[in-house]
Design a protein around this ligand. Sequence first.
Ligand SMILES: NC(=O)c1ccc[n+]([C@@H]2O[C@H](COP(=O)([O-])OP(=O)(O)OC[C@H]3O[C@@H](n4cnc5c(N)ncnc54)[C@H](O)[C@@H]3O)[C@@H](O)[C@H]2O)c1
Length: 303
Amino acid sequence: MDTVTTSDVGPISVDGAVAVVTGGASGIGRVVVEALLDQGATVYVADVEQVALEAAVAELADRGPVVGAVLDVTDEAATAALADRVFSEHGRCNFLFLNAGVTSGGGGLPWQQEPNDWRWCLGVNVVGIGIGVSAFVPRMIESGVPGQVVLTGSKDGGIAPVPTASVYAASKAAVSCFAESLQHNLVAQETQVRASVFYPSGGLMDTGLYTAARNRPAELERTGDGTGRASMTFDQLKERVAQATGKEPPVADLPELGRFAVAGAAQRDFLIAKELGASAELLRRRADAVGQAQLPPPHVMGI
Ligand SMILES: NC(=O)c1ccc[n+]([C@@H]2O[C@H](COP(=O)([O-])OP(=O)(O)OC[C@H]3O[C@@H](n4cnc5c(N)ncnc54)[C@H](O)[C@@H]3O)[C@@H](O)[C@H]2O)c1
């Protein structure tokens, strides 16, 4: 059953809102953009992949006001320039979805991960979020307008690691940790801005995450023999999960997930996720293990 957390501030209307979505050209970001447009927001779609971005903006133009911005979220100056643009054009940003993310390969043993895997994955998933928050949140606070910052985390790391994705899980654990600190401070400083952490959930997701290396910068390429990079197709992932769990994994309905994320952000829920009952059970088992100085159980992808 889905769990909804209550917020200390009222909802934000999506109709008429100004929104920014990083990594919005494909996958989960794209369905968030679609839901925002369908509900009447003006949306800035920021993405490093120019061809996919241009295609998305062209395809979505008749659904509402959509602006494309080529942006590498690890680029501080370019992110500040995007914030300048949004605030000079609208004077506000009601929804900031910091969603861009990569996985450094979807496999490999922890000691086979290379320094560049860490640099790239944590650079986009963690430093990119920090840069986005620093560029936008002071202006969102200063505008005095209600705003919601949604950090895309993952239950892989946010709840427990999937051990075959060690670097990715570490990056997503950092996202959850930062989201909590951010929210405590936004509340304590009596701002009109609140934070959410979004765990895309509800089944396996057929997105571009498994081909994330398409956007890997040349200077952060792997230098070793490639043993640590076990890239896979979505079908291979499904098969792997089916083998691990003994059942056919459910596949998420992406457009519905986009609407779910936008609804949670508009309600200003801190946690936006499905199947949190199962996550809470896993966390309880982890807490029990920690209390007994034992290794906490891992998260199995797809259940
Ligand atoms: N797919 C899943 O199963 C899953 C599960 C939980 C969380 N997530 C998270 O959801 C988010 C979206 O992933 P997705 O599954 O839709 O993958 P995706 O590859 O389809 O989308 C990611 C988007 O981010 C963009 N991007 C990559 N590097 C960037 C950079 N440096 N600057 C700007 N944009 C960049 C890509 O071009 C792409 O459009 C990620 O943060 C991912 O970690 C995904």
